[in-house]
Design a protein around this ligand. Structure first.
Ligand code: AQP
Length: 344
């Protein structure tokens, strides 16, 4: 689908990613996104967004949306994203997102969107009643990334298909408007521990905010007691803790727990299986609960400190919104000119 000759973009490297303010963050968001963001800010120019425009693709309570946005900002900062190193802002404060999304709606093909599995999963049997916004969500996501000409996008594995769509849109824009290499073809940064954290109740389903069972996920706002209980109740089987990768095969619940242990402790899976392999799940879960509590405690405490100062959060977000617009506005102005609008 993409035009391969638009793959030789020569602009600077830039990282972009976002998190929705649509409910409490969980361990999957932390390991698959926030923790990686904190590392990347030391390596590349980073722009991180709280994607409140994405959140309204499903109903949100207007009385809560602003606080939910502040909560995600607090989670970014608590996870180590430093507003003096990376831009952290709210999507709705930068108009470039919605404007570019419209242009991209006219570039993307309905056949591409019809293949998006996240829409099918989220809309379920009620696709006819889902918002048009939920359907075109990946187009807005492409606009988010490309309004900054971002070259790298750290996301969990669930977002891989959307990233491919962003590349297709960038390639088609470059080709259709005879603007070779105007947009980069953004690369997903998916690898690494925590790229796909699964439900504690079903190792074949991803850990998700919208899972009706709270026991399926560890929320960043959970108390140490709640975290320990959820880990101890996590689904396992009647076998022993695997000692090798081959003993883990076909056991998604177990593989998930070992993966979480590895990502939290920053130890290899082999190392963990060396220590616990052949043993019972009781002691293994106790050790995992300790690691989870100790790793998340400082994050939760720091989040709560930020949340106690909402004005400070707003000041950071406002300033960052201006900085984000300074990058995105000229890029969208170029897009207007390339499309051929009068006065552009
Ligand atoms: N289970 C996961 N494992 C690893 N990474 C994950 N991410 C989400 N779930 C996992 C990553 O977190 C970032 C922010 O995600 P989001 O806020 O945009 O929402 P989402 O992907 O829709 O997350 P949820 O929790 O699954 O929400 P619902 O239930 O509404 O669908 C992204 O980088 C994502 O990859």
């Amino acid at each position: 689908m993409t035009d391969s000759n638009s793959g030789s973009y020569t602009g600077p490297d830039r990282v972009f990613s976002g998190v929705q303010p649509s409910g409490s963050l969980h361990l999957g968001n932390y390991l698959g996104a926030l923790k990686k963001f904190a590392r990347l800010q030391n390596e590349k120019d980073c722009v991180f967004c709280i994607v409140d425009l994405h959140a309204i693709t499903v109903p949100q309570d207007p009385a809560k949306l602003a606080d939910q946005t502040r909560e995600i900002a607090a989670a970014y900062f608590a996870a180590g994203v430093d507003p003096s190193k990376a831009i952290v802002y709210a999507q709705s404060s930068v108009r470039a997102h919605t404007e570019l999304a419209w242009y991209f709606n006219c570039v993307a093909r309905t056949g591409w969107l019809n293949r998006m599995t996240q829409f099918k999963d989220k809309a379920g049997k009620n696709a006819e009643r889902a918002s048009v916004g939920l359907y075109t969500y990946p187009v807005l996501q492409a606009a988010d990334i490309l309004a900054f000409k971002a070259t790298h996008v750290p996301v969990g594995e669930d977002q891989k298909q959307h990233l491919e769509l962003s590349r297709d849109i960038a390639g088609k824009f470059n080709h259709d408007f005879n603007a070779p290499n105007f947009f980069p073809l953004p690369e997903p940064l998916i690898k690494g521990p925590g790229a796909k954290v699964m439900s504690l109740r079903d190792g074949t389903k991803k850990m998700s905010k919208s899972d009706p069972s709270d026991a399926s996920r560890i929320n960043l706002t959970d108390t140490p007691d709640q975290i320990a209980k959820k880990v101890r109740k996590a689904k396992t089987d009647t076998g022993a803790v695997p000692a090798t990768a081959s003993e883990m095969e076909g056991r998604p619940d177990i593989a998930n727990l070992i993966g979480i242990y590895s990502a939290l402790s920053e130890r290899s899976e082999a190392d963990i299986m060396n220590e616990h392999g052949g043993g019972q799940f009781g002691p293994f879960k106790n050790a995992l609960a300790d690691v989870a509590v100790e790793t998340l405690r400082p994050v939760t405490e720091s989040m709560n400190r930020y949340l106690a100062a909402p004005d400070e959060i707003d000041a950071i977000l406002n300033k960052a919104g201006d900085a984000a617009a300074e990058i995105a506005d000229p890029i969208v102005a170029d897009v207007r000119r390339i499309i051929g609008f009068r006065g552009a």
